[in-house]
Design a protein around this ligand. Sequence first.
Ligand SMILES: [Zn+2]
Length: 471
Amino acid sequence: MLRYRRNWAAVALIIATTIITILFTKSADEDTGNPWVFYQDIELMENCRIEMLTIVADTIEVFSSTIGEGFLGGAVRELGISGGQYLVTCEVLMDSLGWTVQRTGDTLTAIYNRGELGELRAFPGNRRGFYRILFAEGSPCDWEYVPQERWIRQRAISCEISTTVWEALWDSAIPPDLTESGILITARDTSRAVGFVSELQHELTDRLFCYDIDFYYDVKVGDHLWLLVEENRYPIDGETGFRRILAAKYKFAHGGLAEAFPFFHKPEEAESAEIILDHYHRDGASLRTMFLKMPVPYGRISSGYSSARQHPVLGYTRAHRGIDYASPLGTEIYAVGDGTITLRGWSGGYGNMIRIRHANGYESGYGHMNGFASGHSVGSYVRQGEIIGYVGSTGLSTGPHVHFELKKGGSYVNPATEIMPPADPLEGTELDRFLFEMSVIEAQWSMLVGIDLPAPEVVAETETITEEQEE
Ligand SMILES: [Zn+2]
């Protein structure tokens, strides 16, 4: 045991020396202001640490086993763990760590030091992390779930549209380290690349610029797109994934420019303390309208808003103060605007229903749901476009559809003709903070891209006006 400690002290000393060496020998031209450099340093240090460990590895032995057909016990025995140690190890994994479901392909790793079990790691194949049990003198002394380390980095993407936005993103937006090998070899690699581009395009065309750009008619060859995105980097897997778009600029070949800048804030109406990300135009106007046009991604209007019609189930004539969208069973239903859930449950003829209270005296309702999205309850604050439930046919309903209604000041309004008001712009101190942060982001972003990004032309009106006034 003493020898064991001395080894680790030696390793710690070597690691410390390596870190100091890296930090002080880094040449000045490596420092490009690139925020990734810091992470690259960490990776370098980690590699050094692993190398150092292999130097003292003559005292350490590592055994691995794979769980076959969900049988944990066999895999634990394969690592040389037996007797009382076997029972207590399985107990810690199952009861204390709650690792109840083992799948074929999950792996276990046991680390022995001078023949004595020091650590056991269990890697579930479907999660980015592992369970760790530390042993002292043969008995488990400490255990935990270790979530896989995740780095968040920013990356600038620049692409020219030569056919479609999808093609442009496919050619220019996929991170070079999407997969461990850096190239798309397996079917899994390709599906990860498709997933990356899909998520990116969805956020760009369906959320950020859905009100500013018609991606069907407006997009032309020669348009240029700049994005500042956040990515998740999982250093153990060596993989990178899409997180979200921070900022975007879309320059039309004919000269127009659409822009989106981020603002992190805590909305006043929300009861939770969560900081949220919203996007705004350069002047602090929201990129969004207050409500989405419809609560489902696709659907046919099967029944419009009317003050009198014959009810298909009840038979008699009754007003239909909402819009019915017929959609396949199980289609996602979105909250049409930010707000707080005020009803989430059975509501007579509406079946499973959700009502959401929005700003400015608005309320939206969604009926006949098949089920609700998990994680919400009455009082939950939901964002525009967040999934709240799924299309069904509960209550008085003749087929799968969502009954969508909108109230203002307690009275029903026709969602189709009610002008969708723009979401509130930033004002006062929030606007000041946004304008300051926008200038910082734009400067950093230009530095990453290496060019001055396009900005709206400032029109010199003053002189013209003076001349006109003189005439
Ligand atoms: Zn209806």
